[in-house]
Design a binder for this molecule. Structure first.
Ligand SMILES: Cc1cc2nc3c(=O)[nH]c(=O)nc-3n(C[C@H](O)[C@H](O)[C@H](O)COP(=O)(O)OP(=O)(O)OC[C@H]3O[C@@H](n4cnc5c(N)ncnc54)[C@H](O)[C@@H]3O)c2cc1C
Length: 270
C-alpha cells in the first residue's frame, strides 16, 4: 500500500478501458480493480453491430479486445471486488477484499447491478453483516456464520472460515434472504426458515453502488453526474452504465474519456 495512484478505476469494462487509455496518454498512474471480464454487460451481448470502427462481433470477442487494450495501458490491474471507497483528507482509501489501495481520485465504472440489497443487508453492514471473510472472519472464530453466494469466491471464503474454526452454513441459491436482529444481526431467513447466526458473509460479484462510496447521489438507479462526469463527491467521477440510460457501449466509452480528462484536470488543479 506504499504507492498512491493518481487514479483508481473501479470496474474494468469498456468505460474503464477508455478512461485508462486517456489517463495513460496524460501520463497518470492508474490502478484498475475489476471482476473477471465475464461479469461485464459487454461479455453477455450476443452481437454488437453498432460500435463504430469495428465489424460486428460477439460481446465476448469485443470484451477480449477491450481487455487487451486495458492491459496495454500498463495500468496495475487488481482482480477482485471493490468493497468500499472512503474519502480521506487528500486521497481515497479503497478496500479490495482484505487489501487496501490509495489513490488521489476515483473513476467509478461499475456497470449496472441488477442485484438488489437483501432486507437488513445495509442496516446491519458492519454489525453482523460483512462482505469480506478475510477481513472479519477472525471476529467470528468458534461461532456460527452464514456464507451467502454461489461463486468461486464464496466457496473459498467458506473454506477459509471453516479453516479458522467457524461453523459455516452455506447458502448458494439465489432467492429471498432476509437479515434481522437487534443491535447486531443474529438471524438469516431463507425460504421461510430462520437460521441463528453470528454473522452473515455476503459474497456477490458486485457491491451495491449505494454501499460503495458514501456521499454519491442517485437518480433513476444511476449515479448523478454533471457534464464533466463529476459526482457529488469531489475527486470521484463516474462513467458508463452506472450513470444511467442509455445503456450503450458508445456512451460508456465516451463517458470514460470525459471522466478521465476531468480527473486529469482535478489532479492538475491540486
Ligand atoms: C445482453 C446485452 C446486449 C447488449 N447489446 C448491446 C449492443 O448491441 N450495443 C450496445 O451499444 N450496447 C449493448 N449492450 C450494453 C453494453 O454492453 C454496455 O452499455 C457496456 O458494456 C457498459 O460498459 P461499462 O464499462 O459501463 O459496464 P460493464 O461492461 O458492465 O463493466 C463493468 C465491470 O465492472 C465490474 N464491477 C462492478 N462492480 C465492481 C466492484 N465493486 N469491484 C470490481 N469490479 C466491479 C463488473 O463486474 C464488470 O466487469 C448490451 C448489454 C447486454 C447485457
Amino acid at each position: 500500500m506504499d504507492q498512491i495512484y493518481d487514479v483508481l478505476i473501479v470496474g474494468g469494462g469498456s468505460a474503464a478501458t477508455s478512461a485508462a487509455m486517456t489517463l495513460r496518454n496524460r501520463g497518470k498512474t492508474i490502478a484498475v480493480v475489476t471482476n473477471r471480464p465475464e461479469t461485464s454487460s459487454l461479455y453477455k451481448a450476443e452481437k454488437i453491430t453498432n460500435y463504430p470502427g469495428l465489424p460486428p462481433m460477439t460481446g465476448a470477442e469485443m470484451s477480449a479486445l477491450f481487455r487487451r487494450q486495458l492491459e496495454d495501458t500498463g495500468a496495475f490491474i487488481i482482480e477482485g471486488r471493490t468493497i468500499s471507497v472512503l474519502p480521506m483528507e487528500d486521497s481515497f482509501g479503497v478496500a479490495v477484499g482484505s487489501d487496501y489501495y490509495m489513490a488521489r481520485s476515483i473513476i467509478i465504472t461499475a456497470g449496472i447491478t441488477r442485484e438488489k440489497l437483501y432486507p437488513g443487508e445495509a442496516e446491519f453492514l458492519g454489525r453482523g453483516v460483512s462482505y469480506c471473510a478475510t477481513c472479519d472472519g477472525m471476529l467470528y472464530r468458534g461461532k456460527t456464520v452464514a456464507v451467502v453466494g454461489g461463486g468461486e469466491e464464496a466457496r473459498k471464503d467458506a473454506d477459509f472460515l471453516e479453516g479458522i474454526g467457524c461453523r459455516v452454513l452455506r447458502f448458494e441459491k439465489n432467492g429471498k434472504y432476509e437479515i434481522s436482529g437487534g443491535v447486531k444481526a443474529d438471524t438469516l431467513t431463507f425460504a421461510g426458515e430462520a437460521h441463528q447466526v453470528d454473522c452473515v458473509f455476503i459474497i456477490k460479484d458486485t457491491v451495491s453502488l449505494t454501499q460503495l462510496v458514501p456521499g454519491l447521489t442517485y437518480e433513476n438507479g444511476g449515479i448523478v453526474v454533471d457534464r464533466h462526469m463529476a459526482t457529488a463527491v469531489p475527486g470521484v467521477f463516474a462513467a458508463g452504465d452506472c450513470t444511467g440510460k442509455p445503456l450503450q457501449l458508445a456512451k460508456a466509452v465516451g463517458e470514460g474519456n470525459v471522466a478521465a480528462l476531468s480527473a486529469c484536470d482535478w489532479l492538475d488543479r491540486k
